[in-house]
Design a protein around this ligand. Sequence first.
Ligand code: NAD
Length: 494
Amino acid sequence: VKTTEQPIFAKELKRETYQMVINGKSTQAKSGEMATVYNPATGEVIAEVPKANLEDVDLAVEAAREAFDNGKWKRYPVGKRARVLNNIASIMRERFHQLVEMEVMNSGKTISAAQGQVMQAIEDFEFYAGAIVGHCGTVNNVPGQFFNYTQKEPIGVAAQIIPWNYPMMMAAWKVAPAIATGCSIVLKPASFTPITAILLAEICTEAGVPEGVVNVVTGPGATIGTYLTEHKGIDKVAFTGETNTGKDIMAKASETLKRVTLELGGKSPNIVFPDADLEAAVNGSVFGIFYNTGQSCEARSRLFIHEDMYDEFMESFLDKTRKLVVDDPMSEKSHVGAIISKQQLDKIHRYVEGAKEEGATVVTGGHPLKVEGFAEGYWYAPTVITNVTNDMKIAQEEVFGPVVVVMTFTDEKEVIQLANDTKYGLAAAIWAKDQGLIKRVSDRIQAGVVMVNCPFSAFPGTPFGGYKQSGFGRELGIETLDLYTETKSVLSYA
Ligand code: NAD
């Protein structure tokens, strides 16, 4: 892709129009068509982004392909590539507050959630800058007359398709390990939340990533996401989103045997045993479901409480849930932000109404909210549902909102069986003191992440990903680098 335009840099973060980044340049859609981006807390239009068509995708893939094939980035000495990743992190640090503000405006999440997520995005680049330096092949034991070594080579061009719930963090989870290995990428953010992905691509250019290595296309998943998945110029698809979309992507990618990693949905259990520290368990359980307005893949949306402590736990859990502040996402005092869209708000409410029809009881919440000063935004009350059995729809399907179902159990074996009785296997939390029990339950839980007396599910360096229909492959860990590389074995006569 030839162009004489100058690269644009992300110094002015707040704009009326954002363009795609193709070949290191700010690029309009060929059709000139634009899509509107809203602030879900206010319902206001905040910007426009291009609505790419297939021709735009071709250009982005071509740019990525050329950047990969010319070999400039992948042949940088590894220390130099690491330095560029650290430059990206430094620029993000300088613009931390503006990036946070953009993330809040575009997603409706609270400022405290956005601060943590943008900081994690920065630390992802720092982590992979370090990790790539030690990502080496091996020299292997072979009979005397032979010599064998392996080397890790970047896979090629990766299509990276991400959801709307953690726009900046998901972009970083994808981009950092891919470019660390020397791959080129075409990143497709969710239609609701394209802004920070575009800003990240601009920052990459500014930090010294050669043109064409990081490209961003914006537009509908059903058309341009599908096209990327099937594109002959793409070697790997890394996808985060719903399980059904992941299945579709896997089927389509099989045609060209693309490498695929899938980070999909969850319905994670949160198990409170009778010897748990009550206060820590209650606080962790409130955080576990209501953080990010419940719009988290790792949301602990099925709460299992041991019968012996049910009354005591619920009194405190409900009290703290009712005191959650659902308000202006830019206020440090807000605990719960807005729902991403009207469609999502309606979907959440349908799940809650359906649970009532199935015989469950809504103990608190269970309805959309009007927030003063934000009348046009999308809000839902933090909701706790009891009288639930694990076979109900509300206990089996991902609601993706501030809604938790509560069930009781009497013994370890029973709760392990209930916890695993789901098609998902992303995360699980255990609150207990007995180390033997913690080890037994952790061993038997079918989930990629187990949180023990800990509300947090991931940091840079801790692998994150699912069992069962929550997907496969891991992000954030050292092993993620293997998912962007092929191992070549070189065998010779010594
Ligand atoms: P989604 O599957 O609707 O969309 C995700 C992305 O895929 C978007 O960019 C979308 O435009 C694109 N897309 C849609 N249809 C496509 C298709 N047919 N082919 C290719 N791309 C397509 O998911 P969402 O609603 O944006 O996000 C919420 C989901 O993401 C939840 O299920 C949540 O659990 C999951 N999630 C998982 C993780 C994880 O790490 N496991 C992290 C965050 C979110």
